[in-house]
Ligand binder design. Structure first.
Ligand SMILES: O=C(O)c1ccc(O)c(O)c1
Ligand SMILES: [Mg+2]
Length: 591
């Protein structure tokens, strides 16, 4: 299907926006009126530019407060509309979006609105253009697409149809199934937007928090399916008002937007991608770290064994059973340790890589010798390199390339439970779309965790089985300014106290947790003083959900990484959210 994007989604001038939309591969744009009014380019220059870029001008929008008005008012409406129809002829745009009246309507009567839209339609037809009526979620009287359609049906004019906008329909919880009652030829335009689940007034929600499809909580797959069943064959157009996208790099936002439609077209089956395969486990996590530095010390204390150096690369492998950390020495000099890459085990890396490429994920190239395994890799929006491996569980197909290390004894760690990534604020929504569309991870709990310098927004994406979990964290700005927001790897175990005790014997100083935390634990969970005293000695934290319990501890931070060890019992499915604020306070760089 053809794709389009409203200029209001993007930052920059109108001409910047047209360039970015074309470069990202959109077929057309909706011209958002304020962008045109503020542009020094004449309509003819805009048309010429669009022609050179090979994109069409699909919609002119919005025209406000048109119907449900007194006859006196309507004269002014018609005069305004005629001026816009002349402008549309100069722009070569066929369709104008007319939103339901939010300001000047005084008459709550379908017949009146229909009559006025019909007369606007007659005027439009005289100029060879047409109008698409859209029910805004906060319209004075018309705030439901079903009522907008009734009015358009009553208006009964060939130049009058509806514009469907997923935000207005889904934000109000209106059932989109009745869309199928509208003949496709009467759906003049389709606007798509996702949004996070928020409880706030619809106008503020719409103007500041819309997202591209796949980044929020709306079921856009079934919404679009209803629209396509009408026979609608116009463009899939994105209309996303979002405070972040309006101020971040235009080319990047346009590519992100285009990727969201690629994902959606696959979801509804109109343009299938290579199938998504959920990862079955973590293959490895890679940390940039110099040889025999503090990272090695921490890993040894936690019970991982040095398994050797890579045959041809400056890299070391540490492992305990399926918990594998690769320390990469390239680019590690003169910088503090940081998290570089996450490897996932997938059923068929070639298929997953083909899907990633179809979703325009940037490829990562690494030097690989002929005798070595080449794992396909892509750069996530947050900069993390994502590798796709074919091993499973305890096996890593590439591990034999590491030589000269020790074999490990009985494993106490059972794997990698989750990885916490820091998301620059401008990348967050794009990262959610990346991890869900490329890797098939599901968007799970979102939480706000207090830190001494502001709230940390934490969004979990995970596989259904729970074998792969990522927590995507948007750090308060002060962390970025002082040092990078630390990222971490959480290892899983069936005996966290034993891991902690062994680590302390080997010299680990666990992250210092205040006594107030342990006093609070006694109150929350009816634990004995003796139990809590042992937890305090080992720096253990604790949480429960239903019957499940979660006990965990953290290492100190080295550079921009630290480690956690977690024990889940009886189906605990969270991440110790009540403890995260205690951890962030304990890690405060100002302390
Ligand atoms: O927020 C608005 O005013 C507005 C304008 C035009 C639209 O298509 C829309 O969905 C909302
Ligand atoms: Mg709209």
């Amino acid at each position: 299907m053809r794709t389009s994007i409203a200029t209001v989604c993007l930052s920059g001038t109108l001409t910047d926006k047209l360039h970015a939309a074309a470069e990202a591969g959109f077929d057309g744009v909706e011209i958002f009126e304020p962008d045109l009014v503020a542009s020094p380019a004449s309509p003819e220059e805009i048309v010429a530019l669009a022609g050179r870029l090979g994109i069409s001008l699909d919609l002119y929008q919005p025209f406000r407060d048109a119907e449900g008005v007194t006859e006196d008012e309507f004269e002014t409406v018609l005069r305004r509309a005629r001026a816009k129809f002349v402008l549309m002829q100069r722009l070569g745009i066929e369709t104008m979006l007319v939103c339901s009246n939010v300001g000047t309507a005084t008459i709550d009567d379908d017949a009146v609105s229909a009559d006025q839209l019909r007369r606007m339609g007659e005027a439009a037809a005289e100029h060879g253009v047409r109008i698409a009526f859209e029910a805004l979620a906060w319209g004075r009287y018309v705030d439901d697409y079903r009522r907008a359609w009734r009015i358009v049906e009553l208006a009964d004019h060939e130049a009058v149809g509806v514009c469907l906008d997923s935000f207005h329909i889904l934000s109000r919880g209106h059932d989109p199934a009745a869309i199928e009652e509208i003949p496709g030829g009467k759906v003049f335009f389709l606007q798509l937007a996702d949004a996070p689940a928020l409880s706030m007034d619809v106008l503020s929600w719409s103007r500041h928090h819309r997202l591209f499809p796949g980044e929020g909580a709306f079921d856009l797959g079934s919404f679009l399916t209803h629209v396509l069943r009408t026979g609608y064959d116009g463009p899939l157009s994105l209309e996303v008002f979002n405070d972040v996208f309006r101020q971040t790099e235009v080319g990047r936002t346009a590519r992100q937007a285009r990727r969201s439609l690629t994902w959606l077209e696959d979801l509804v089956g109109s343009r299938p991608l290579p199938p998504v395969a959920e990862p079955t486990g973590f293959d490895f996590v890679e940390v940039r770290a110099e040889d025999t530095g503090e990272v090695d010390v921490l890993l040894g204390q936690l019970g991982l064994t040095f398994r050797g150096r890579h045959r041809s690369k400056d890299a070391r492998l540490w492992a305990d059973g399926p918990a594998r950390i690769v320390c990469n020495e390239q680019h590690a000099r003169d910088r503090t340790p940081s998290l570089a890459a996450v490897g996932f085990q997938v059923a068929d890396p070639a298929v997953s890589a083909a899907r990633a490429r179809a979703l325009q994920a940037p490829t990562v190239y690494r030097r690989t010798l002929a005798t070595e395994q080449e794992l396909p890799a892509f750069r996530a929006p947050d900069g993390t390199e994502v590798f796709l491996g074919s091993g499973s569980g305890g096996e890593a197909t590439w591990a034999p390339e590491f030589e000269g290390g020790r074999t490990s004894g009985a494993a106490l760690l059972t794997g990698i439970d989750h990885v916490n990534l820091a998301e620059p604020w401008q990348c967050f929504d794009e990262a959610v779309l990346f991890y869900s569309s490329v890797l098939g991870l599901r968007v799970d709990v979102s939480q706000e965790v207090p830190s001494p310098h502001g709230l940390v927004r934490s969004q979990v994406v995970r596989s259904a089985s729970g074998a792969c979990r990522l927590a995507l964290n948007v750090a308060p700005l002060v962390w970025d300014a002082s040092s990078g927001f630390p990222q971490h790897v959480a290892f899983s175990t069936d005996d966290v106290a034993a891991v902690a005790r062994r680590a302390v014997e080997r010299g680990l100083v666990p992250l210092a947790i205040p006594q107030n935390y342990y006093d609070d634990l006694v109150a929350r969970f009816d634990l004995s003083r003796a139990e809590v005293r042992e937890m305090a000695e080992l720096g253990l934290l604790h949480d429960r959900d239903g019957a499940g319990t979660f006990t965990h501890f953290y290492t100190a931070t080295v550079g921009e990484v630290f480690f956690e060890v977690v024990q889940r019992v009886d189906g605990y499915d969270g991440y110790g959210a009540p403890n995260a604020g205690v951890r962030l306070a304990a890690q405060d760089p100002d302390r």
